[in-house]
Design a protein around this ligand. Structure first.
Ligand SMILES: NC(=O)c1ccc[n+]([C@@H]2O[C@H](COP(=O)([O-])OP(=O)(O)OC[C@H]3O[C@@H](n4cnc5c(N)ncnc54)[C@H](OP(=O)(O)O)[C@@H]3O)[C@@H](O)[C@H]2O)c1
Length: 309
């Protein structure tokens, strides 16, 4: 049963992420109104006490907090479009994956209709919503984040990255990029091991152990890159250049695509050719960061995560 003291929550979108989110609010005792384009997806939640809205306008009108875990920017614009005149004084939390510019665009649109706007990024899987493993990133209205912190924490521990609505998406994409590199590396490794009869399932625990060690190395990598302090590192550009070269040679002789590691090889080759072979591996950062930091605003914006709490 919903508790009187708990605020009303509207969830627009009951897909793989939206359904467990609405479910988590029901579990936490919130009155919940749900809307989904394909109405039948609301049935289970309605059976558990959620209120069904047949239009997005009806859903938005139901309460002060509107959470939208929809597919993408276009879906959110489409769903919220007819509700523009109802947004005054409400808070919109957009959880759809999008670009920072899309987030800023939507924030400006919402502000134009008198709504507070928070952009969110869900660092979770459907099954880790409302568990300690998941975490969500937010940026945009500080007032909304403070006012609804308790509600946001129902879905996952909430981290705020400042008033720029695009900031949560930038951090989301940074985390996705980190993960993609590791996961693609794993898939390449599985291909390398296939001819010798080691199944991906057998290799996975070993890879997980190795990645855990890599994660432990991140603070040191971060310090070197952050301070541009590349001398005296134990893992040099040339040492890793040889390692990546061996990996590429093995791929070639095994008939396996080299696409995953060629870009890294090119970066290490360039550092070495520029006379930085004895610098730490982390010095590759110098080839990746914007050349003109002032132009890209990376210095004035502060270091990523400075505003993180
Ligand atoms: N799945 C994951 O593991 C995961 C993890 C983290 C973040 N995310 C992000 O979470 C967001 C939602 O992902 P999901 O996995 O929940 O997607 P999903 O299962 O495909 O659900 C998409 C939702 O958006 C709705 N939708 C799509 N286009 C629409 C439109 N034009 N108008 C109105 N509603 C529309 C769908 O409605 P219908 O039911 O009618 O199709 C459904 O409710 C995405 O941005 C995704 O990148 C997903």
């Amino acid at each position: 049963m919903p508790e009187q003291s708990k605020s009303h929550v509207t969830v627009l979108g009951l897909g793989r992420m939206g359904a467990p989110i609405a479910s988590a609010f029901l579990d936490a005792g919130h009155p919940v109104t749900v809307w989904n384009r394909t109405a039948a997806k609301a049935d289970t939640l309605v059976a558990r006490g959620a209120i069904r809205a047949t239009t997005t306008a009806e859903a938005v009108e139901a309460g002060p907090l509107v959470i939208a875990p929809l597919l993408d920017h276009a879906a959110v614009r489409q769903a919220l479009g007819p509700t523009a005149a109802l947004l005054q004084g409400r808070t919109v939390v957009n959880l759809a994956n999008s670009t920072p510019d899309h987030a800023r665009d939507l924030a400006a649109w919402a502000a134009g209709h008198g709504a507070d706007y928070l952009d969110g990024a869900m660092m979770a899987l459907p099954e880790t919503v409302a568990t300690p493993e998941g975490f969500f990133l937010y940026s945009g209205s500080q007032r909304a984040f403070t006012r609804y912190r308790r509600e946001l924490d129902v879905m996952a521990p909430a981290h705020y990255f400042g008033t720029d609505p695009g900031s949560a998406e930038i951090h989301d994409l940074a985390l996705l990029g980190t993960g993609y590199a590791a996961l693609t590396g794993f898939l390449h490794a599985a291909a390398v091991l296939d001819p010798v009869g080691t199944a991906p399932e057998a290799f996975a625990p070993l890879a997980a152990r190795w990645l855990h060690g890599m994660a432990e190395f991140l603070p040191e990598l971060a310090r070197e890159a952050g301070e541009s302090a590349y001398a005296g590192g134990v893992s040099t550009v040339d040492l890793n250049r040889a390692g990546v070269d061996s990996l590429i040679q093995l791929s070639l002789t095994s008939g396996i695509a080299t696409d995953v590691h060629e870009p890294l090889k090119a970066l290490l080759d360039k550092r070495s050719a520029d006379g930085h072979g004895q610098d730490s591996f982390s010095s590759v950062f110098e080839l990746l960061r914007p050349r003109d930091t002032a132009e890209h605003g990376t210095q004035s914006a502060g270091r990523p995560g400075d505003g993180h709490r």
